[in-house]
Design a protein around this ligand. Structure first.
Ligand code: F6R
Length: 352
């Protein structure tokens, strides 16, 4: 059941602390500063690492690839529908990682089968034990989010992000007490976001807008794309997410006083540049909602601040995403949408 929540989506948003605890269980412990993923004991790194996925899982894959590149491991992401051995150079020395919650997505399955057919090493990162992806691949890592009923992926996205962070540590054979501590702190920090979020008030302020934009750079780029996807899926409104630096290369032409811009500005390396982008949209009178762990740096330029705790450059974006999930949920709720089963969408897309 929905345990008292109006929708499975809201229940699953609130299950994220538990989902992340399950994902981390026995893989990171307070006794050790290393990450141990038992099922990946035999996995060897081959470069470049190529991720294939669709939709929300693709956004998680972008995050994972960025984490690997930060550790010096070449990594690329492909939409599964755009991946093929005729288009992407892969051979028996490649590692292809399929990120798929259901483990049944047709495009992702086809990509993994093609990778296997040329002898690449394949890894499935999935939520579903015994799924087609789990059976097809040489290796499997479970994200352990628990069943997700809402069509819009929420807790499984957070669990994918955390699983990919652990994978980056395993593949690079690099960890540190600080990294493990950041991971272990996440469930409580997510709980804090859930307890203190002002997302509902922000949603009510902007529920009548026809379009929403989401901007972020670095680890926040994938979160901006995911924020926009969630908004489209469940509110049926136009929403677009992009790398903040791309604003002035086109999208800025669409920015008016009627287009709220959600700006992900966390304590990252290039926060100052994103702040510059915030000023650009403010100059066009767009309402700005900053999602940030550094409110003192952004409040001057923002109409609203959705604050999150600091979790370092990699994981603060994971927390920022929770705020965006809540904003989309509350906009859709106010509009009376079919939140758990949006029109035209299915939980598992089994045709190409
Ligand atoms: C969005 C959503 C979809 C899925 C996509 C891939 O909320 O759920 O975009 O992420 O259909 O599904 P999986 O991860 O099962 O391969």
């Amino acid at each position: 059941g929905k345990s008292g929540y109006d929708h499975y989506m809201l229940k699953e948003i609130h299950e994220q602390p538990k989902a992340i605890r399950q994902c981390l269980r026995e893989r990171v412990t307070e006794l050790d500063s290393t990450v141990v993923v038992e099922e990946l004991a035999d996995l060897e790194l081959s470069e470049p690492v190529q991720f294939v996925a669709c939709g929300t899982s693709y956004h998680a894959a972008m995050f994972g690839a960025e984490l690997l590149r930060e550790r010096g491991i070449p990594a690329q992401t492909f939409l599964a529908s755009e991946f093929g051995t005729d288009r992407v150079p892969i051979d028996e020395s490649s590692l292809v990682v399929g990120v798929t919650q259901s483990g049944e997505t047709a495009d992702t399955m086809r990509a993994l089968r093609e990778a296997n057919s040329v002898g690449a090493t394949t890894l499935a990162l999935t939520n579903t034990v015994g799924s087609s992806a789990a059976r097809e691949c040489d290796h499997v890592m479970y994200i352990r989010a628990g069943p997700e009923i809402g069509v819009a992926a929420t807790k499984t996205f957070a669990s994918q992000q955390v699983a990919l962070a652990m994978l980056s540590s395993v593949l690079s054979a690099e960890s540190s007490p600080a990294f493990v501590e950041r991971l272990r702190a996440l469930p409580d920090q997510i709980q804090q976001v859930l307890d203190e979020s002002d997302a509902r008030a922000v949603a009510e302020t902007y529920e009548d807008s026809d379009a929403y934009f989401f901007i972020g750079r670095g680890f926040n780029e994938s979160v901006a794309l995911e924020g926009a996807l969630k908004m489209k899926e469940i509110t049926y409104k136009h929403a677009e997410g992009f790398a903040a630096g791309e604003l002035k290369h086109g999208p800025l032409a669409l920015v008016t006083d009627r287009t709220p811009v959600f700006a992900l500005v966390t304590s990252e390396r290039d926060a100052a540049k994103t702040l510059g982008n915030v000023q650009e949209v403010k100059a066009r009178d767009a309402p700005v909602i900053a999602v940030t762990d550094v409110p003192e740096k952004v409040s001057e330029y923002a109409d609203h601040v959705l604050e999150v705790p600091s979790a370092g450059p990699r994981f603060t974006p994971v927390l920022a995403n929770i705020q965006l999930q809540l904003v989309s949920y509350w906009v859709a709720n106010r509009l009376g949408r079919s939140i758990d089963k949006p029109r035209n969408l299915a939980k598992s897309v089994t045709v190409e």
